[in-house]
Design a protein. Structure first.
Length: 100
């Protein structure tokens, strides 16, 4: 008998994805420890910014009873969250491009 453990469903799926990537010519990216920590830090910072925006948004909504004003606040909040997510993604993209 072999001493190898059977592969889990996740391991099998990852192996299939890796084989598919190789077949289609997709290069895998290996990140340095610095890049990994920079990405984690960027995600943490932007997660905090989005949480802060959520708190401020709820506070403003609690003080607003006019349906039109509430609608405007909702739209502004969606734009703010979207902008923060885009900024986060750009920052992470730049980290991927750097050679640390």
């Amino acid at each position: 008998m072999s001493d190898k453990q059977p592969k889990s469903a996740v391991e099998l799926a990852m192996a299939r994805l890796q084989a598919s990537d190789e077949k289609h010519g997709v290069d895998s990216i290996t990140l340095s420890d610095k890049q990994k920590s920079d990405i984690a830090e960027a995600r943490s910072i932007y997660e905090a910014k989005i949480a802060e925006q959520q708190i401020l948004h709820k506070s403003k909504l609690a003080m607003t009873t006019d349906p039109d004003a509430r609608s405007q606040l909702e739209e502004q909040h969606r734009r703010d969250v979207s902008r923060a997510a885009n900024d986060r993604d750009k920052k992470i993209g730049n980290i991927y491009k750097t050679n640390a």
